[in-house]
Design a protein around this ligand. Structure first.
Ligand code: CAA
Ligand code: NAD
Length: 310
């Protein structure tokens, strides 16, 4: 017991020493996830550069952060003056850019949260690898792609890991920290320590499909779609059933809309291609059709539910 607590104390202080090396973070991709990651990093005292492909995207992200940080401040502080200081300090720590290569020229950690596509992520990391200082650590927020395959594009596999956040990032308490065999102990501890500095509870995961949460959650969501495709029950009734019968905060269709049907489709398509014999990874004709029609869920205004209605 004594030995255990010595180890725990020592590894905690090591982690916080390593984490304290992470002062400036560059988040690439300012969509649902990237904007949330930038926000929580800024809320906890880190300076952040948030990058996207164009000004329209970063402006949209800034508005999303402004709304969200106001909700956080309202919850956190009764006092209006303290709340408004928290909001302005947080927003003041975030700068934006549309040039990822320049943005990583001086940063301690890069967190990538762009589209769920292996080739696109590899191309980005290979460019960043040439531009970032040697001490800079790289992490992907991928939901489903192998971290090892993304890291192949770089010459810094020892400073590469997965940092898998959950949507909505300012609310969800979990962070999965994924290591590949080459991830150094220093990098793993720095990433875990940084996650804790953000106020997240971290779990360690191997680089397996979906890590822990998505390996269970994504097949569950697609099994719900198969119920609907067979006409066994309506989306609304399935959602009610899982909320009231299983205590889930959202039903599977509400959750798919929240996550984004495009993201869900990218995940299942990739796994189905890799493991064609595993029926839990079967793709869905209905989801394919909806994505083709631009029905991506909350972010596009329509998915299984319509969000444009007043
Ligand atoms: N920013 C800041 N605070 C927020 C927020 C946001 N974007 N969204 C919700 N909140 C906070 C607020 O404090 C809010 O209180 P206020 O209304 O006073 O601001 C409180 O949460 C409750 O929110 P709501 O009343 O709007 O709604 P709710 O009670 O239904 O909670 C929810 C919303 C937290 C999203 C909840 O429905 C939930 O937990 N849903 C499940 C989410 C989930 O499973 N996420 C994981 C998705 S899978 C994933 O992320 C991995 C992947 O790779 C795909
Ligand atoms: P999103 O579509 O909301 O945002 C992606 C952003 O990346 C867009 O703004 C896009 O313009 C930008 N982008 C694309 N290519 C870029 C590039 N080369 N450089 C800079 N920006 C680029 O997607 P999201 O839901 O935030 O997902 C992002 C990543 O996070 C994906 O890998 C996804 O699997 C993962 N993820 C998603 C969720 C979720 O619930 N949506 C949860 C956890 C992890």
């Amino acid at each position: 017991m004594v030995f255990y607590s010595f180890l725990t104390t020592r590894s905690l202080s090591l982690s916080s020493a390593m984490a304290s090396k992470i002062k400036h973070v560059t988040v690439i991709g300012s969509g649902l996830m990237g904007s949330g990651i930038a926000q929580v990093a800024a809320q906890t005292g880190h300076t952040v550069t948030m990058v996207d492909v164009d000004v329209v995207a970063v402006d949209k992200a800034q508005k999303r952060i402004e709304n969200s940080v106001q909700r956080v401040a309202k919850k956190k502080y009764g006092d209006e003056e303290e709340a408004s200081k928290f909001i302005s300090d947080t927003l003041g720590r975030i700068t934006t850019s549309v040039d990822a290569v320049t943005a990583v020229g001086s940063t301690d950690l890069v967190v990538e949260a762009i589209v769920e596509n292996l080739e696109v992520k590899k191309k980005l990391f290979s460019e960043l690898d040439k531009a970032a200082p040697s001490h800079t650590m790289f992490a992907s927020n991928t939901s489903s792609l192998p971290i090892a395959k993304i890291a192949e594009a770089t010459s810094r596999k020892d400073r590469f890991g997965g940092l898998h956040f959950f949507n909505p990032v300012p609310v969800m308490k979990l962070l999965e920290v994924v290591r590949i065999p080459e991830t150094s102990q220093d990098t793993f501890e720095a990433m875990t320590g940084w996650g804790k500095a953000l106020g997240k509870v971290t779990v360690e995961c191997k680089d397996t499909p979906g890590f822990i949460v998505n390996r269970l959650l994504v097949p569950y969501m697609f099994e719900a779609v198969r119920l609907l495709e067979r006409g066994d029950a309506s989306a609304r009734d399935i959602d009610i059933a899982m909320k009231l019968g299983a205590g889930y905060p959202m039903g599977p269709f509400e959750l798919m809309d929240y996550v984004g049907l495009d993201t869900g489709k990218f995940i299942i398509d990739g796994w189905h291609k890799e493991y064609p014999d595993m029926s839990i990874f079967n793709t869905s004709p209905l989801v394919n059709k909806m994505v083709e029609e631009g029905k991506l869920g909350v972010k596009s205004g329509e998915g299984f539910y319509n969000y444009n209605k007043k």
